[in-house]
Design a protein around this ligand. Sequence first.
Ligand SMILES: NC(=O)c1ncn([C@@H]2O[C@H](COP(=O)(O)O)[C@@H](O)[C@H]2O)c1NC=O
Length: 535
Amino acid sequence: MANNLQSKPVQCALISVSDKTGIVEFAQQLQQRGVHILSTGGTFRLLQDQGIQVQEVADYTGFPEIMSGRVKTLHPKIHGGILARRGIDDETMRQHAITAIDLVVVNLYPFQKTIAQPDCDYQTAIENIDIGGPTMVRAAAKNHQDVTVVVKPEAYSSVIDAMDNMQGIPFSMRQKLALQAFQHTSAYDQAIANYLSDVISTADNTQQISDKFPDTLCMTFSKSFDLRYGENPHQKAAFYKEVSNSRATPEPSLATASQLQGKALSYNNIADADAALACVKNFQEPACVIVKHANPCGVAIADTLLEAYQRAYTTDPTSAFGGIIAFNQEVNRDVIDAILAQQFVEVIIAPSFTQAATEALSNKPNIRALNCGMWSSAPSPYLHYQRVEGGLLAQDADLSVIAQPNISCVTDRQPSPQEMQDLLFAWQVVKYVKSNAIVYARKQQTIGIGAGQMSRVYSAKIAGIKAADENLVVKGSVMASDAFFPFRDGIDAAAAAGITAVIQPGGSMRDAEVVAAANEAGIAMVFTGIRHFRH
Ligand SMILES: NC(=O)c1ncn([C@@H]2O[C@H](COP(=O)(O)O)[C@@H](O)[C@H]2O)c1NC=O
């Protein structure tokens, strides 16, 4: 082990890179330090053109690159040189005229970039699966006891520093670079597997449940940034973004949004902004969603974004303090002025901001403003995951949208057109409220929201209490419930509060009792047949 810990001098390097950023300068520095350089076709020509002394791999192996580059470095003289255990395999190396390769500088065919091109066809994708590169990277990483592997241009300068100041590459650095190399090849393979799975599932619309939920689930996320802390200050945290697998441009999200200004995003900011964005994406009309602790505390749609904000804010100004505000259209200066005039806000997220809006915001430099770009009207389906100790729950994301023809009226009285509009609005909101969820709404504005209670009747009571506390009139409002009412008490409470129409999934053993309660109170009630639990 003592030998492992020594710095290893670099006498021979193999360079084979697709991303040629900084490679000429790096090779020049290696040459100045007396390193013999071996290289493959395109890299060889580039280095030679720049006057660097370099030996082509084909010249060293005595075997040409064949099959349009499919086989270039897959040769025992290359892999023997990388994998040889110094002090153990020396005789074998002499026997076969194998040179020890101390430094492997390889980055791979740009598979992920290639499949992200909208016009990328299947054959192009397949040709961009690098075989020789990962083979060398894995070999060098395995043999980090003697060999240094570099897969990213960012590491070039530290290799030169170590050669100059530490008589070679120290073990700790070889080990970290080996770890980086295995992470790199594993993410690369994952991207290929995801691409193939995507191609197969797109072609096969009779997909079985087992295809959607594979026996082994491998996901690749790359770190976007470290967070100051997690949900609480004693929890460490970081934000990872999904490495895009699909050929399509990813949907606007917290992971793709750009921060225009403001303090660094916190763990809770990201979680809450994600909830706010998911909710506001549902509306076509100008809409505003204000979120606090992952629950909407005010939602409204209106003719203008300014009016939508004012109405959303009115639902619960107390909770909106320090909230996250999401919009579904470009935010202008009037909206920013209105927000700044009346509340403290942590994050504002929108598809875009006008120049005047960003100028107004710059007077409050701490406010985080996120520009997420505009989304498509029909989100593509995705899987939703929840970590549990020792495992992971995976399910389809709840993207179900209900339209008027798909709901059935179960009471004597039918909802009026205005009630029906409000019922559909409340149903879109209730989906984003933690269960048990109750939403009171009137004229496309939330009036009271009861969230996260262990019994439905208490959520209903809380929605009423909050409306009363904010001097909002419940009478004439509608009510949405994310799941069925198990007893009539929820309807009785709603009737007492002045609710005139109800939307809920139905399906309780006591539906008849619940419908009777609605009929007694003259309430119009519709069933959706769809439940929207959210935990
Ligand atoms: N086939 C091989 O033996 C092989 N050896 C190295 N490569 C890749 O060829 C690329 C460099 O090619 P060039 O030097 O010709 O521009 C690198 O991304 C490297 O990972 C190979 N290509 C694909 O597998």
